[in-house]
Every structure is written in structure tokens, then in C-alpha cells.
Design a protein around this ligand. Structure first.
Ligand SMILES: [Zn+2]
Ligand SMILES: [Zn+2]
Length: 285
């Protein structure tokens, strides 16, 4: 299985010279395994770059798991070329809103004139929007566990078992407002023993003090979640738009030092274009 990061930023796209190495596109990670339809995690602006690698003959089949509906997680959909190709099919799963609004209603609401020139129904491909609830599901060839994650508005995290490996995606995670280190039990359960945890790493401690209520956490909190859950590899993700390459390098280096005393085998900082390879492993081995 290959796991490729096409967008690693939180909040807003931020391409500039200072962010060149880590990248400026918002959340989009793709899981691809031979013989399986691919699964995208979130539909941020990075999605467009994945689309450029795909066939344009209408044979595309794939899935997306969407954590929540903030712009940085959905904005890439209409720029994903396969959705414009007759014959393609994209099944997109995401949470129900507090007022009961389902995924198809939500996308019809924000993707329409005057905010955008066309609506979902105008896309030539077959785009199916599904609401997904807390629980265990099958998506394509993967087993997917969904749990609610503290953030702003209905937000979920995903635990994906594919090819004998467990990948957990918690892109946006509200740390306790007082800067405490408590972790919601359902998040710990989601992350338990994962091979790879892709986790919100938006703030430094100083930034968290002034932006505590913005729905995110410190890099230290990401490390704490990974250590408490017994995760093998942690990918710092959802980098703050104001963090240039040097800043992310520093945060990564500090986090690696702190991780040395934990069970975590490796800490990386997700960067645009990075592919992690996991050899096929029997789930029963
Ligand atoms: Zn976000
Ligand atoms: Zn968000």
C-alpha cells in the first residue's frame, strides 16, 4: 500500500517560497493498494494534484472519507478532474450535521451559484455522497472505524484497516481549552496501536495560548496522543499556514527528541508529494 500526501496544510492554502518543501495545499491523503479502489482522506486543495495522476477515460473508481466540512477539507472536489469524466464514480463519506443535514444536502448547499459556478448535479461523473456515523463500516476493500473527534462542528476521525496495516487519520483535534493533556476515550480507542497516525499538529504552545478555541492542538499534544495510544509511527499533519519550512523542521526535530523516551518508533512531518510504502501484510499473521 502507498500512502501519498497531496495536501498537508490546515486552514487555508498557503503556497509561497518559504513553504516550498512541506507544501501549501490543504488536507488530502490517498491510500492506494494494488487491486483495490483508492481511498482519499479529505478533499482539500491537494486533491487536484492526485487527479492529475489518474486516467481521464471515465474508468476512475474511488472513495473518499471526509472528516468534516470546513473549507480546507472539501474545497478541492470540483477541481478533481475525474469528477468531470462520464463513467467515473466517486463515493464520498462524511458526517451528518447537528441539524440532521446529510452529506448530499450539505454539498448541494455550499457548492452552488453564487459561491461556485456549478453544483454537484452538473458534474459529469457519478458522485455519490453518503453520510457515515460512529461505528464500523466497510468502504471498498477497507475496514473503517469512525469515531467523533473534538473539533468545531461535527467532526470524525477514521481508523482504516487495509492490506494488513492500520492507518488512523485525525486531521483536526481540539486539545482541552486549558492546554491540558486529557484525550477523549473514543480518540484513544481510534488510535490504539496504529501503524501510522496522521494527526493535527497545528500549533506551538505559544500559539495555542491565543488560539486555544480554534479547534486544534499543539504538536506536543499530537505526540502525547500517539504515545498514549501506542502508535508506531506519527505523521505531524495540518501544519499551520504561518509555519514555514524552517519552523516545521524545528517542530519535527523537537518532537523527535521528545519521542525518544516513548514507544513511538518514528515521527515524521507530512510533506506534499511524500509517499509512505507499506508492504502487504496478512491480517492474520
Ligand atoms: Zn482543517
Ligand atoms: Zn476544521
Amino acid at each position: 500500500m502507498n500512502i501519498t500526501f497531496y495536501g498537508v496544510r490546515g486552514s487555508t492554502p498557503c503556497p509561497c517560497a518559504g513553504n516550498r518543501r512541506y507544501g501549501g495545499n490543504t488536507a488530502c491523503v490517498v491510500l492506494e493498494s494494488p487491486g483495490c479502489d483508492p481511498i482519499a482522506l479529505d478533499l482539500g486543495t491537494g486533491l487536484r494534484f492526485w487527479g492529475e495522476t489518474l486516467p481521464l477515460d471515465g474508468t476512475f473508481r474511488g472513495y473518499a472519507l471526509v472528516t468534516h466540512l470546513h473549507w480546507d477539507h472539501v474545497q478541492g472536489l470540483p477541481f478533481f478532474t475525474p469528477v468531470h469524466m462520464p463513467g467515473s464514480r466517486f463515493d464520498i463519506f462524511g458526517p451528518v450535521q447537528d441539524d440532521g443535514m446529510q452529506m448530499d444536502e450539505a454539498f448541494e448547499e455550499f457548492m452552488r451559484p453564487p459561491y461556485f459556478p456549478i453544483g454537484i448535479a452538473d458534474l459529469a461523473g457519478d458522485i455519490e455522497l453518503h453520510s457515515i456515523t460512529d461505528g464500523d463500516h466497510v468502504v471498498g476493500d477497507a475496514k473503517v472505524r469512525v469515531r467523533n473527534v473534538p473539533h468545531i462542528g461535527p467532526t470524525v476521525g477514521f481508523r482504516i484497516e487495509l492490506d494488513g496495516h492500520t492507518i488512523v487519520y485525525v486531521s483536526d483535534h481540539q486539545q482541552p481549552l486549558d492546554g491540558g493533556m486529557d484525550i477523549a476515550p473514543q480518540v484513544l480507542e481510534l488510535c490504539d496501536g496504529a501503524d501510522l497516525l496522521i494527526h493535527d499538529a497545528q500549533f506551538t504552545p505559544e500559539e495555542f495560548i491565543v488560539k486555544a478555541h480554534w479547534g486544534h492542538c499543539t504538536v506536543d499534544y499530537a505526540l502525547h496522543v500517539a504515545a498514549e495510544a501506542g502508535v508506531r509511527r506519527l505523521a505531524l499533519f495540518h501544519h499551520d499556514p504561518s509555519h514555514d519550512d524552517g519552523c516545521v523542521d524545528r517542530l519535527l526535530s523537537e518532537t523527535r527528541d521528545k519521542a525518544a523516551t516513548t514507544c513511538i518508533e518514528e515521527v515524521i512531518a507530512a510533506s506534499e508529494g511524500l509517499t509512505l510504502h507499506y508492504e502487504h501484510a496478512s491480517a492474520t499473521a
